[in-house]
Design a protein around this ligand. Structure first.
Ligand code: PLP
Length: 406
């Protein structure tokens, strides 16, 4: 056909749609709890002080040019990013068993990981499938479908407890065919904010090993969850130590506030250095046809922070600032609902959940009422971004929430 008249109109992305609706709203107390990006207490995007410092140094460095990076990215970025997630003393790094590639942030890491699995995972005669938590980051569905891997769901969130459906989760791991691919959120599960405990992770790892499953670990919030980079890497490091077959998708969007710079990495762990070299060679071939080579600026910023002891300390403090503010908002929201407003229902999950998001447990109707009546923008599933709350709007939000659940 010479024209595109037959192309169906696609619906707008729901999160971006929410942001537009918020922007167009003229009500002075409007609140945006949709977007998954950090805001400071004045509701402004925050350029981390350590990032400002890195940019200042880069700008004054006359030796830096705009040549292409290698296909697999800036070597000092990928190697230090690998140390950050696996731990500096990790045996898999010492043994050269990790193939690391710089990607277009976490989304690009998910895509390249999915593409690699689609080509090289030993699917046998089975249909290509990936198990996703119900619910998960909506983009996971599209990313896997794009490369011909069918998403199927495993039980994860239990609306009755507003917590983890651990029995359902383990049941899915037990009942899936051997060598299934399970996508797991390494920390700060999006959208629920519900993570397994260390004991529960240990059970998950045991069942994965027993069933020979593959762990596709998506780590978009290291440091952002607890405020501590090592603590948030615990599940990844534990799985590596146990010998679960895995890859890790890493994003610096949230923990370095580099959203639009698209800084990330994919790390695939193999059983030998020889295998890891082969894996890396194929990742390089895939990357070449997709983006040729990744962008320089953000990778230089992160690399400088990771490879300079004093800047690394400064970054840790910046991360604590962000995570600390979010945790403080959780506590304050919980206090307002329970102590001040005596809002009906149990709100413990607000302080128990972790990371940027909280699943409030309210219904789609109540979510809609919050938007229609109080100008509070959130996704229909009742997820709120804690980063959208601040000392100026939290009382208004708590009172609005109180009103819609009564
Ligand atoms: N994975 C999860 C679970 C996420 O929540 C996100 C961001 O929202 C990403 C991956 C990727 O984000 P980015 O591509 O901005 O790094």
């Amino acid at each position: 056909p010479k024209s595109w008249q037959t192309v169906p109109l696609a619906p707008p992305d729901s999160i971006f749609k929410l942001t537009t609706a918020y922007k167009n709203d003229t009500f002075d107390k409007k609140v945006n709890l949709g977007v998954g990006a950090y805001r400071d207490d004045n509701n402004k995007p925050w350029v981390l002080p350590v990032v400002k410092e890195a940019k200042r140094i880069l700008l004054s460095d006359e030796t830096l040019d705009h040549e292409y990076l290698p296909i697999t990215g800036l070597p000092e970025f990928t190697s230090s990013a690998a140390k950050l997630i696996f731990g500096p003393g990790s045996p898999v790094l010492a043994e050269g068993r990790v193939s690391s590639v710089q990607t277009i942030s976490g989304t690009g890491a998910n895509h390249l990981g999915a593409l690699f699995l689609s080509r090289f995972y030993q699917w046998g005669s089975a249909e290509k499938k990936v198990w996703l938590s119900n619910p998960t980051w909506a983009n996971h569905y599209a990313i896997f479908r794009n490369v011909g891997i069918a998403p199927v769901e495993y039980a994860y969130y239990d609306p009755k407890t507003i917590g983890l459906d651990f029995a359902g989760f383990v049941g899915a791991l037990e009942n899936a065919p051997e060598r299934s691919v399970f996508l797991l959120h390494a920390c700060a599960h999006n959208p629920t904010g519900v993570d397994p405990t260390p004991e529960q992770w240990a059970t998950v790892a045991d069942v994965m090993l027993k069933k020979n499953h593959y762990a596709f670990l998506d780590c978009a919030y290291q440091g952002f969850a607890s405020g501590d980079l090592d603590k948030d890497a615990w599940a990844v490091r534990f799985f590596v130590e146990k010998g679960v077959a895995l890859l890790v998708c890493q994003s610096f969007a949230k923990n370095a506030g580099l959203y639009g710079e698209r800084v990330g990495a994919l790390h695939i762990v193999s059983t030998s250095k020889e295998t890891a070299d082969k894996v890396k060679s194929q990742l390089s071939v895939l990357q070449r046809s997709e983006i040729s080579n990744p962008p320089t600026h953000g990778a230089r910023i992160v690399s400088m922070i990771l490879n300079n002891a004093s800047m690394f300390e400064m970054w840790k403090r910046d991360i604590e600032t962000m995570a600390g503010r979010i945790i403080a908002m959780r506590k304050e929201l919980f206090r307002l609902l329970t102590v001040e407003l005596h809002t009906p229902g149990n709100w413990h999950h607000i302080v128990e959940q972790i990371g940027m998001f909280s699943f409030t447990g309210i219904s789609p109707e109540q979510s809609k009422a919050l938007t229609d009546e109080a100008h509070v923008y959130l996704t229909g599933n009742g997820r709120i971004s804690m980063a959208g709350l601040n000392t100026g709007n939290i009382r208004y939000f708590a009172e609005s929430l109180d009103r819609v659940v009564r």
